[in-house]
Design a protein around this ligand. Structure first.
Ligand SMILES: Cc1cc2nc3c(=O)[nH]c(=O)nc-3n(C[C@H](O)[C@H](O)[C@H](O)COP(=O)(O)OP(=O)(O)OC[C@H]3O[C@@H](n4cnc5c(N)ncnc54)[C@H](O)[C@@H]3O)c2cc1C
Ligand SMILES: *[C@@H]1O[C@H](CO)[C@@H](O)[C@H](O)[C@H]1NC(C)=O
Ligand SMILES: *[C@@H]1O[C@H](CO)[C@@H](O)[C@H](O)[C@H]1NC(C)=O
Ligand SMILES: *[C@@H]1O[C@H](CO)[C@@H](O)[C@H](O)[C@H]1NC(C)=O
Length: 473
């Protein structure tokens, strides 16, 4: 409940009186920059602001650990680590130097050799699908790179140079299915989808510019053999964020969320809650590094200009899990392909809500990785029910053997929440990207993370490098 403001305050359009008074806080922290969220983009910005620019910072992170989408499962059976969310780090922009700076030695991302079996997870039946040949796929990827490289400067590592509405290349706003047809790229479509593209949701109808934010020129180059993908030599991706956490320790407010704020050009006051305790964070500048969903933005007292941007974004909800069952096949990847995808309709791909696959995770483990993409209401309960429905259908069709428990056992689960935020073509033609980027610095607030850049660790680090000088100016 909001306290009723005085008539004078309402008349002068002053900030609505906060429901919580400042005196509720047991502690006050004064900093140059408050950072909300410590996943890929927030944690990297925090290290640089603190260590390279000597700023005082407070990092407010709702989880007890940094790292956001990075999830390592340390298997109690073997002691081996299994990364089931973020798989690896592209050697893009500052990534290699940053790993070195953290004292992390890296190795090329190891690959577990898997036999693919194509199955329609809805019916449970094997699909007689014939993937494109390696030669056709390479040719299609080369073409994909050739036709998207001219856009790289508009898109990467963020949309700073995105063309004004009148000059937006038509290709960027084509539904991706039309783009693929126009340039004859279908031999590469399945790979683009399976690696990262599935995250965008309705792959065929998503605007090409947003598919490129999940698999763009840097990724295409890597798949063509130009560029490397790395992991820590420990094979524990969480090591990256554990190292960052140790270096930031005194600046961290973990297990904490902002529940109320007053924001303005003369500074911000954030009411930060942990359990039943409140801390007031007073900051000259604010960097928001969480997905700007309605729920996440609720405590930030957005004004109309800000709301008019975020109201235009839609998103997917993504989950990753490690499951086990005696009926799941070792050394195998069960890949979800709709029956109509056979034998070679490469743009016939699953649409949300779906589970993309069950991948054996190797190392003599009893671990299989599942990867689910849905709409905004696709919670863990719905996602787990979907996995079990896929599994049951495969057993009913004899695709997987009978025996053992009726349900999969979940060993680890990560609800990644909102991802792949995107606007419509008509909003982009009406200047959406420019209006989104006008928010950088507006009300002494800056924005980073997937919704302002791309869904890759290293690209977000590079994006932060372009943003930090603006925050410091
Ligand atoms: C399954 C999966 C696999 C992926 N694989 C790769 C890969 O192999 N390579 C790669 O480069 N990228 C990969 N990505 C993408 C990459 O992880 C994301 O693009 C990146 O993590 C986004 O960074 P971010 O800073 O925007 O958000 P996040 O990393 O999600 O960070 C947001 C942080 O904010 C916190 N938070 C959320 N809400 C609040 C709140 N209200 N208050 C305070 N804190 C809050 C969260 O706990 C989190 O720590 C993968 C993503 C997923 C889901
Ligand atoms: C389209 O690509 C396929 C290979 O994927 C190739 O066989 C075919 O000749 C190409 N068609 C045209 C019109 O270039
Ligand atoms: C590899 O990519 C870089 C751009 O990142 C480019 O400059 C270089 O020419 C590419 N090399 C090859 C062999 O394609
Ligand atoms: C799996 O176990 C076998 C037999 O115990 C062993 O030879 C092999 O090296 C193991 N493989 C891995 C990847 O650990």
């Amino acid at each position: 409940m909001r306290a009723v403001g005085s008539l004078l305050a309402v008349a002068s359009l002053a900030v609505a009186a906060p429901a919580l008074s400042q005196s509720i806080a047991s502690k006050t922290i004064n900093v140059d920059v408050a950072i909300v969220g410590a996943g890929a983009s927030g944690a990297y910005a925090a290290i640089r602001l603190k260590e390279d620019f000597g700023k005082t910072i407070a990092v407010i992170e709702k989880s007890e650990a940094l790292g956001g989408h990075v999830s390592t499962y340390d298997d109690p059976a073997t002691g081996l680590p299994f990364d089931f969310a973020v798989q690896s780090f592209n050697n893009y922009g500052p990534a290699a130097a940053f790993m070195q700076r953290l004292g992390i030695s890296t190795i090329p991302a190891p690959r577990v050799a898997l036999t693919q079996r194509f199955v329609d997870f809805k019916t449970g039946s094997v699909v007689p699908y014939v993937p494109s040949s390696a030669a056709d796929r390479t040719a299609a990827l080369q073409k994909f790179l050739q036709v998207t490289e001219p856009f790289e400067n508009f898109l990467l590592p963020g949309y700073w140079n995105f063309p004004a509405p009148a000059n937006i290349p038509a290709d960027l706003l084509l539904p991706f299915g039309d783009f693929v047809a126009k340039y004859n790229l279908s031999a590469a479509a399945n790979q683009v989808f399976e690696v990262t593209g599935m995250g965008v949701g309705d792959f065929k109808n998503r605007l090409t510019m947003y598919v490129l934010s999940s698999f763009g020129p840097p990724m295409i180059r890597t798949f063509l053999g130009n560029g490397t993908i790395m992991v820590p030599a420990s094979r524990r991706n969480e090591e990256v964020y554990e190292k960052i956490q140790a270096r930031l320790s005194s600046s961290l407010l973990l297990g904490s969320t902002v529940v109320q704020s007053t924001r303005g050009n003369s500074g911000h006051v954030l009411w930060v809650k942990k359990g039943s305790q409140y801390t007031l964070v007073k900051a000259a500048k604010l960097l928001i590094a969480v997905e700007p969903t309605t729920a996440n933005m609720e405590p930030f007292d957005l004004d109309t200009k800000e709301k008019n941007v975020f109201n235009k974004l839609s998103y997917q909800r993504v989950h990753a899990a490690i499951v086990t069952h005696q009926a799941l096949p070792v050394d195998t990847s069960l890949v979800h392909i709709p029956t109509a995808g056979a034998p070679a309709n490469y743009m016939v791909l699953p649409t949300p809500n779906h589970n993309a696959r069950f991948d054996y995770m190797g190392y003599n483990s009893t671990n299989w990785r599942a990867l689910m993409v849905g709409d905004k209401n696709f919670d863990r309960c719905a996602a787990e029910a979907l996995l079990n429905a896929n599994f049951k259908a495969m057993r009913q069709q004899g695709t997987l053997p009978a025996g053992g428990p009726a349900h999969l056992t979940v060993k680890a689960w990560a609800d990644h929440g909102a991802m792949h935020m995107h606007a419509s073509a008509s909003d982009i033609r009406a200047g959406f990207i420019q209006k989104q980027y006008e928010l950088e610095g507006y009300r002494k607030t800056w924005w980073t993370g997937g919704a302002f850049s791309h869904q890759f660790q290293a690209i977000l680090w590079a994006f932060d490098d372009t943003l930090l000088p603006k925050i410091l100016a």
